[in-house]
Each structure stands twice: as structure tokens, then as C-alpha cells.
Design a protein around this ligand. Structure first.
Ligand SMILES: [Zn+2]
Length: 545
């Protein structure tokens, strides 16, 4: 039965007064929803101001927006409480639930993103609760990530990771790797059983036992259980093991070994080429970024967030029958160019087109689930590792083998982190250094260094424990989506002007209305499986040895 028919049948059973009552309810929900939209915008504008992108927006400074925020928050709370508990239409009820859930995350005052107000030294104090310890560790991470001492100067974490891909001399490579040691130590001390991280992961596991961990949520998002996810992650890592030589690799050499494509293409991707290449690719995909109007904050600046991210500034909505567009923003710290960075910029703009493609009522103009979001952003960004893409956008290419090895060496490291967190959350008493050594030596042939907490390189590990699975398992969804788009529209690595519109129609317009499982099931016409990703990894030739 279609929705329309269901309504007609239902309406026929109701008295005219009841019908009038229902529309009035819908109207009341819509009014509350407008307040919610204003509140949501005030929040995202304040966080943008706090990110340092601008100091005022649409004629108002932070204090003025904070006042709007407080008023709208009060107004929403009062008006939503008066909405009827029963008899709302299914869509209204879902919208109201979505708004209430989001409202619960909007604190009375807005604190700056990635700078939640704790102190790094608090992480060493025992007896901290989960939230405070996470906050303190996040501050530790940001401070150390922005202050890496190397060869007499200061660089940031991203630059250090970039250098690991590039430096020719093995000793200097080891030196830049070890320059990150103060960061790991701030997170995991000397790996003592009550190190800050080990206390935090125990609290995280206890928290997850109540309502499920991030890993459990991600599993549910694809319609499987956590044990299935573990098996998939193992299969992916095993595929990589099969196409890699079993020569032991020191951890400071792993990125370098994978990144031959990055080095070969380095001179083709200077810093100033990042945006023009990115814009050209999306224009070829039918998404004109200049028209979509995202705001970019890409230059290095002190006290900036340690990771690249994308978020709303303005949430799109209908006003007077016309769609007022979503405005997104991208924050990153790019001191240099290169393929790795370009891939990340294309990924962030994958988030941008995801947000700008949403066409829905205000309650649903929001991120779809984390797992889907990260996976979708990689759909366009994986193209940067295809020789055909490189030929068109860089004027130069590397071989398929070299390119794919660069891409999947990054993917499998994310998968390794996913498996690491899954197992840490299941058994939080585990020695993290021993577990990381075990995973990376077995599957990635990395020489074990249980004396080093070198896994502590990702901000997500302390900000949102379990979040890495959104990348690791996300790769499964990315490969599925890329395969399905190829089968439906044809290849898109060198552009296809139908791409954006088609994905908007089939996948992106719903915003947060549909869960990832429904989105993927409807898109693929079947449940998600790791096969597409395994097939991609097997494009790599097995080692000749
Ligand atoms: Zn992302």
C-alpha cells in the first residue's frame, strides 16, 4: 500500500473535526520545527565563530548569536513540551523524535569544538569520570599534535605524517616517527595498566555496556552484529596480507612503502593546486562547489583543530516555497600539497556535497549516521588513486599497482585501528601496545614494538572511542557504493555530470531521515557485504617474492 492510499483510507475513517485536528497538530510541529531550525543554525554559527573562520556572521557577533541560541533553546523546550504525545502522523512523530534527540546534545552554552575546556594535565589525575578524562585527553592530543619538535623546528602532526610518506633517508624517517612519541605518551603514559588511555577505554567499555559502543552502533547501522564486523575486518586485513610481501617492515617505514604514488606525484600537486583540482573534479561530477558555496578554512593557524573536518554553517530549509541552501564549511591545516592531502580535501568535499544535497524538512537536515557519512565521503576521494583520474586532473599518472597500494595501505591501517578498538572495547583490560603489535605484525608485517604506543596517532581514539570503525567498516560501504554507481551509471573517475544529481535522488536527499541500513539496502537492492572491497584489494597483484 502506498503512503497516499494509506492516508486516504485513514482519513475516510475520521470525522472532519479529527482531520482538522491532525492538520493543526502538523502545523504546530512545523512551528516548533522552525524554532529548531533557528536554534540549529545559531549553534553551527557559534561553533564556526569558535573555529576561528570568522568573528561575526550575517551582522551578528558571537555574543549576539549566543543570545539567539539561548532564546531559541528556551522557546523550543517550552513549545516542544506542549506538543501532543499521541496522534501525530508517522513523519511528524519521527521528526519530533529526531529534534528532541539533537536538542539533548545542545548544551546550555556552546563550547568551542576540539577545545572542550579541560586541561591536559587532568588526564594524569586518577578517578576522573569518562567525560572529563576524554576531554582532558583531547586537549593533550590537540596540544601535542600542534607542537611536534623535529630537526630544531616545530611542525604539526599532519606534517609529521606527511613526512613519513616522503623522507628518503630511513634514519630521518625514524626520527620524525619518534618525534610523535610525546603525543603517544600524553595519551598512554608508559603503557602502565592505569595509564590515561587504559583508564579511559575501561570507562568507555563500561559506558558501552549500557547502550552499545560505537562499534555496536556501526554494526547495527549495516544490519549485522559486532562479531560479523570483526570477521569482516579480519577478512579485509587477510586479503591485504595475501597481496603483500611478508618481509618485516619497521613502523616508521610502513607509510613510506605504501606511498610511492604520493612521492611520484608530489611535484604535480603543489599546495596551490589543491583547490583548483578539487573544484574541477566536482564540477565534472555535476557539483559546482563555487555555486554550492561552502566556506574553506585550510591554512595553518595556531590552536586550530588537529584534524580535517566538515560541518554545517547554515542548515538549508524551505522558505516561501524556495529552498534556502545549506552552507557547509571545511576546516583543515594544509601547509603543503601532495596526493595524500589532496585525497583528504576531496574526502572533505564529499561531506560538503552530502550536506548540500539534502532536501528535507528541518528536523532531518542533518548528518546521516557516522558510518554512512565517512563512507560516502570516500566515494569520490578514492578516485584520486586511480590512474585515469590522475591522468585527467594532474596531467600525470602512476601505475595501477602503485596507486592502489597507496590507497589500500591507508585503508588497511584504518581497518587495523577498527579491529584494535573493537577488541579493546570488548576486553578493556588488554594491553593496547601488545594488541596493536599483534594485529599489525600478523596482517601488515610490521615489526612489533610493544614498547611504543604508536597506535595513538588518531584523535578519534580519545575523542570518541570506537569511532575508527566508521573508517574501517566504512571502507566496505565505500567499495559497495563505488561498485554500484559504476554498474548503474558507468565509470566516474574522470567525471560524469549526472553523478551528483543521481546520488542526490537515490541516496543523499534524505539527510538523517533514513538510517544507514535502509539507505544502503535500498540503494544496493541487497544487504551490504565486504566482497566489493575484497575484490578491490585483490586488484593488487600477489607478491612475486
Ligand atoms: Zn570525514
Amino acid at each position: 500500500m502506498t503512503k497516499y492510499l494509506a492516508c486516504a483510507v485513514l482519513l475516510a475513517c475520521l470525522t472532519p473535526a479529527a482531520i482538522a485536528g491532525m492538520t493543526a497538530d502538523s502545523r504546530r510541529v512545523a512551528e516548533v520545527e522552525n524554532i529548531y531550525a533557528d536554534l540549529n543554525d545559531a549553534f553551527s554559527i557559534i561553533t564556526t565563530i569558535d573555529s576561528g573562520l570568522f568573528t561575526s556572521y550575517r551582522g551578528r557577533d558571537r555574543a549576539a548569536w549566543e543570545q539567539v541560541y539561548r532564546e531559541k533553546r528556551r522557546e523550543f523546550s517550552a513549545r516542544a513540551a506542549k506538543l501532543p504525545k499521541h496522534g501525530l502522523s508517522e513523519n511528524d512523530a519521527q521528526a519530533l523524535a529526531a529534534m528532541r534527540k539533537q536538542f539533548a546534545t545542545l548544551s546550555e552554552t556552546v563550547s568551542p569544538p576540539f577545545n572542550p575546556g579541560g586541561k591536559c594535565e587532568d588526564a594524569r589525575r586518577k578517578g576522573q569520570d569518562y567525560q572529563s578524562l576524554r576531554k582532558a585527553l583531547l586537549v593533550c592530543f590537540t596540544e601535542h599534535a600542534n607542537n611536534v619538535s623535529f630537526e630544531g623546528g616545530t611542525i604539526n602532526r599532519q606534517s609529521a605524517l606527511d613526512l613519513l610518506h616522503e623522507i628518503e633517508e630511513p634514519e630521518r624517517r625514524k626520527a620524525v616517527f619518534m618525534a610523535l612519541a610525546p603525543l603517544w605518551q600524553a595519551i598512554n603514559g608508559n603503557n602502565e595498566p592505569d595509564s590515561p588511555y587504559r583508564r579511559m577505554i575501561a570507562l568507555s567499555a563500561a559506558d558501552g555496556a549500557k547502550s552499545g559502543s560505537e562499534v555496536d552502533h556501526a554494526a547495527r547501522d549495516v544490519g549485522v552484529n559486532t562479531a560479523d564486523v570483526e570477521r569482516w575486518l579480519e577478512q579485509i586485513l587477510d586479503a591485504w596480507r595475501q597481496v603483500s610481501r611478508d618481509q618485516p617492515i619497521e613502523p616508521w617505514n610502513f607509510s613510506y612503502m605504501g606511498a610511492e604514488a604520493d612521492r611520484l606525484l608530489a611535484t604535480a600537486i603543489p599546495r596551490e593546486s589543491l583547490q583548483p583540482v578539487n573544484e574541477r573534479f566536482y564540477r565534472d561530477l555535476g557539483a559546482d562547489l563555487r555555486q554550492l558555496g561552502p566556506l574553506y578554512d585550510l591554512d595553518p593557524r595556531t590552536a586550530k583543530a588537529a584534524v580535517a573536518y566538515t560541518d554545517f554553517v547554515i542548515h538549508g530549509r524551505m522558505a516561501g516555497g524556495i529552498w534556502q541552501p545549506t552552507i557547509a564549511r571545511v576546516s583543515a591545516t594544509y601547509a603543503r600539497g601532495g596526493l595524500f592531502v589532496l585525497n583528504e580535501l576531496v574526502h572533505e568535499n564529499g561531506h560538503v556535497v552530502n550536506l548540500t544535497a539534502i532536501r528535507n524538512r528541518p528536523a532531518f537536515v542533518d548528518w546521516p549516521g557516522d558510518l554512512f557519512v565517512e563512507a560516502f565521503a570516500d566515494v569520490p576521494s578514492w578516485s584520486t588513486y586511480e590512474p585515469a583520474w590522475q591522468r585527467r586532473y594532474l596531467g600525470r599518472e602512476t601505475s595501477e599497482q602503485i596507486s592502489l597500494r597507496a590507497l589500500y595501505s591507508v585503508v588497511v591501517l584504518d581497518v587495523a585501528w577498527s579491529l584494535f578498538e573493537l577488541r579493546m572495547l570488548r576486553a578493556p583490560g588488554t594491553d593496547p601496545n601488545a594488541l596493536w603489535s599483534e594485529i599489525t605484525s600478523h596482517y601488515l608485517h610490521i615489526v612489533p614494538h610493544p614498547e611504543l604506543s604508536w597506535w595513538a596517532l588518531r584523535e578519534q581514539l580519545v575523542d570518541t572511542p570506537g569511532y575508527m570503525v566508521n573508517y574501517g567498516l566504512g571502507a566496505v560501504l565505500t567499495a559497495e557504493m563505488r561498485q554500484h554507481i559504476r554498474q548503474s551509471l558507468g565509470p566516474f573517475d574522470t567525471g560524469d555530470p549526472r553523478w551528483y544529481g543521481w546520488l542526490q535522488e537515490h541516496l543523499l536527499r534524505y539527510g538523517s531521515e533514513r538510517d544507514s541500513r535502509t539507505l544502503m539496502q535500498d540503494f544496493l537492492g541487497r544487504p551490504v557485504s565486504p566482497q566489493a572491497l575484497l575484490d578491490q584489494i585483490h586488484r593488487l597483484a600477489p607478491p612475486a617474492n
